[in-house]
Design a protein around this ligand. Structure first.
Ligand SMILES: Nc1nc2c(ncn2[C@@H]2O[C@H](COP(=O)(O)OP(=O)(O)OP(=O)(O)O)[C@@H](O)[C@H]2O)c(=O)[nH]1
Length: 321
């Protein structure tokens, strides 16, 4: 559905002065985008993982307050394309950036600004007229002096890349300690156009349920495994169907899912000895999915090898990229 179609379906206008629009969080892998999205939305919608580049889909969460509504998009880390998949991700990011009202650029307080950050800042500047708010994330991980130093360094980066005006604002936050998260929401809102809410209140995401189900399984499957696996794992929900013959007050959904890896060795990692690991993945994911869908499910997981799926356009389409 296009953005304009969604606007047609919107609820009655709110009081005058209400603002609503789209915001995106950019930043390199591990910058804290997913965690910040969750903190802003107040409910888990995007997966977080200690491994970089786990966010494959553009997941929107709604930040709904008395005076504004932000439709928040959590992008994959902007990075230099390495494989076809990487290139597609960057195209996706460019498309997303063109649609939004404001861009939040996440830079961790505990890491020096590097060439990767500069590259992204340059990309954001190239998008043109969109206001870019620099967000210094994870401020709880360092002392006050280090936060101040980072704010100064970020401000300098802004002037280097955007010219004298620099970033539209620089905001330090800690998603973990809930420091300045609401302030940031307010700053985002100030860049939104005046207008009614874009989505009904309480509607947390416009992603199809299947995508969120896939994210939960992906998160469970990546728990505690080797670093290269995140790039090699794709999760595809084949079907979610109500089990026949169940009474209305005791429904059950059959959720059938394929996990694609690139090599038999990776399949062995996911499945574990005697299938033990896959059973654990299933148990963990099932709990999350039941909480998400509000009903009991039967989760059927299959692990398949799709050789070099990251480099094969046909496979990428099949896997939903
Ligand atoms: N202490 C602390 N840790 C944080 C904070 N925000 C994020 N983290 C941690 O930093 C790591 C990366 O956070 P994510 O939110 O997954 O980062 P991301 O930018 O979405 O990463 P990608 O999906 O790889 O692009 C995780 O281990 C988080 O727990 C914070 O405010 N404080």
């Amino acid at each position: 559905m296009s953005k304009s179609n969604k606007k047609l379906a919107m609820p009655a206008p709110k009081a005058e002065g209400f603002r609503a629009g789209f915001a995106v969080l950019a930043g390199r892998p591990n910058a804290g985008k997913s965690t910040l999205t969750n903190a802003l939305v107040g409910q888990k919608v995007a997966i977080t993982s200690a491994k970089p580049q786990t966010t494959r889909h553009t997941i929107r969460g709604l930040v709904h307050r008395d005076t504004f509504q932000l439709v928040l998009v959590d992008t994959p880390g902007l990075h230099r394309p390495r494989t076809l998949l990487g290139k597609r991700l960057n195209d996706l990011v460019a498309d997303t950036l063109a649609e939004v009202d404001v861009i939040g650029f996440c830079l961790p307080a505990n890491e020096k600004i590097g060439p990767g950050d500069r590259f992204i800042a340059q990309q954001l500047a190239n998008v043109g007229k969109k206001p870019v708010i620099a967000i210094v994330t994870k401020t709880d991980t360092v002392d006050r002096q280090a936060v101040t130093d980072q704010l100064i360094a970020v401000d300098k980066l802004g002037r280097d890349v955007f010219g004298e005006t620099g970033f539209a604002a620089v905001v330090p936050v800690s998603a973990v300690e809930d420091f300045q998260v609401e302030t940031l929401a307010g700053v985002f809102a100030s860049y939104m156009p005046e207008g009614p809410a874009l989505y009904p209140d309480g509607h947390l995401t416009d992603e199809p349920e299947a995508v969120m189900v896939a994210e939960l399984i992906r998160e469970a499957a990546l728990e505690g495994v080797r670093d290269e696996l995140p790039h090699s794992l794709a999760v595809v929900v084949e079907e979610i169907i109500p089990r026949e013959g169940r009474s209305e007050d005791n429904p059950l959904l059959d959720v059938r899912v394929n996990l694609y890896v690139e090599r038999p060795s990776q399949k062995a990692i996911i499945i574990g000895k005697g299938g033990a690991r896959l059973r654990d993945v299933g148990t963990t994911a099932r709990k999350g999915i039941e909480a998400l869908l509000g009903t009991k499910i039967y989760l059927d997981l299959h692990v398949k090898v799709a050789k070099d799926w990251q480099r094969d356009p046909k496979q990428l389409v099949k896997l939903g990229f």
